[in-house]
Design a binder for this molecule. Structure first.
Ligand code: TYD
Ligand code: MG
Length: 440
């Protein structure tokens, strides 16, 4: 036995976590194992697909991300930074289910019953079958769930729960995993849907290592910038629906309100005819989303000019600047460059490259990008424009929002279903795109 700071497997430092194996816990596990043995194998053909009757959830955006309602017996993990609105959204769901579908139990290990009541009233709970429990001992929680048999249980948060038989304290990997496993057993055996709140650690993972993600059926992540009102609920894993689905909300005085037309919302504050602004069409899940990309360049004496990207990948910004310098001669080595995606959104797909590059060029030259133009395209290292997925979808969304022209990578295949009110401007390279947009 000696001190070890580095993992012998992956070579990372400070990732080892001490786990104390408790004999009682392993006895518990054995019992769970034998209970499962009662399950007889079923013939695939005998299992009817319509056996899953989802519980309808009248928060449309949330319901869609889940795959169309809540699956009874499913375990859903909702992760996100502190203060982003996890408790608010789940309390709203609890209120909705309690009003329309039946008994709902909200278990909180973080807030007092008074605090919870205040929030619930703010969200318009009224008279419904919603029960609150402030408890951190998981055995007690399980006892109450078994007694009550609610339609939906919410555990806020998994890091505050602890199992008596384990020696480690609440929030440790051992506790979190054991608690989640027990909830999973309970949810599956009783058909009770369970939403679990999971805090995101400094490293950006839910509950430290990804232990939880394997146990639960669905992992949802609530994202957004605390200084902006928009919140994105993204499905990262879903055993009962598509992943990558995104729901958009706005944090308002009465909780999280759905944003049913996100493109319109994201473009609401746009300033027309200002240099350094371009509209990108990105995909969020299966939905196209139009966002404004802004850029600002300013001369600096600093030998290491600043490159700041908000909502845009830093490395891609460096790549775009290199392509602009090398392929079209826009050199910004003596200028600070700032790129910002409006609305607190994070764009992580390369289809927004062209819009960002055009915004930067527009800022550098002081030239205006026409306000009726939507921009789509990935940029390669030679300055060539590359095809992006779902082009037809994106063009349609741009047309729907009243854009008259759409700049796209030139293709050999025609784009399907182009609405008549939008004109397609194909370009082969960044240079060609800039010529068409800024000099025309
Ligand atoms: P909360 O749901 O407590 O965040 P989390 O559980 O993810 O830590 O809510 C965070 C913020 O939302 C808090 O600063 C207050 C604000 N808020 C509103 O703006 N409107 C509301 O109706 C509610 C309930 C909260
Ligand atoms: Mg909370």
């Amino acid at each position: 036995m000696r001190w070890a700071g580095k993992c012998g497997d992956c070579g990372e430092w400070n990732t080892l976590i001490e786990e104390i194996v408790d004999e009682r816990a392993s006895i518990g596990n054995a019992r769970i194992g034998s209970a499962n043995a009662l399950n007889a194998p079923q013939k695939l053909a005998d299992i009817r697909p319509d056996d899953i009757k989802r519980i309808p959830l009248n928060i449309g955006e949330f319901s869609r991300v889940l795959g169309g309602g809540i699956v009874p017996g499913s375990l859903v993990l909702v992760g996100g930074d502190p203060g982003i609105g996890k408790s608010t959204l789940l309390m709203q769901s609890a209120v909705s289910i309690a009003k329309h579908s039946g008994t709902t139990l909200y278990v909180s290990g973080e807030e007092s019953a008074q605090q919870l009541k205040m929030r619930a009233e703010r969200l318009g709970v009224g008279d419904s079958e919603l029960y609150l429990l402030t408890e951190t001992n998981l055995d007690t929680v399980v006892h109450h769930i078994e007694q009550m048999k609610p339609k939906l249980t919410i555990i806020d948060s998994i890091q505050t729960m602890y199992v008596d038989s384990l020696a480690s304290s609440a929030g440790t990997v051992t506790q979190v995993r054991e608690s989640a496993q027990r909830l999973q057993q309970l949810a599956k055996s009783r058909g009770i849907a369970c939403f679990i709140v999971g805090h995101v650690t400094k490293e950006g993972t839910i509950a430290g290592p990804k232990v939880l993600e394997h146990i639960v059926d669905t992992v949802l992540q609530l994202e957004g910038d605390r200084f902006h009102t928009f919140r994105l609920l993204r499905s990262i894993k879903n055993r009962f629906g598509a992943t990558n689905e995104v729901g958009v909300f706005e944090m308002a005085g009465s909780g999280m309100t759905e944003v049913t037309n996100p493109s319109e919302a994201f473009l609401a504050e746009r300033m027309m005819n200002a240099p350094g602004s371009a509209i990108a069409v990105t995909m969020e899940g299966t939905r196209p989303l139009l966002v404004e990309v802004q850029a600002l360049t300013s001369v600096t004496q600093n030998p290491m000019p600043r490159r700041t990207a908000n909502g845009f990948d830093h490395n891609r910004l460096y790549l775009l600047l290199a392509v602009l310098a090398k392929r079209v001669g826009i050199r910004l080595h003596d200028q600070d460059v700032f790129v910002n995606v409006v609305g607190g959104l994070n764009i992580d797909e390369p289809a927004a490259d062209l819009a960002a590059a055009i915004a930067i060029a527009s800022a550098a030259k002081g030239a205006i990008v026409p306000s009726d133009l939507a921009i789509i395209g990935e940029i390669g290292l030679s300055g060539e424009l590359r095809q992006v997925a779902q082009l037809s979808h994106r063009v349609q969304e741009a047309a729907k929002l009243g854009f008259l022209r759409c700049l796209v990578p030139k293709t050999t295949r025609p784009i399907e279903n182009v609405p008549p009110n939008i004109k397609i401007l194909p370009a082969r390279s960044v240079g060609e795109a800039l010529d068409r947009v800024l000099n025309g």
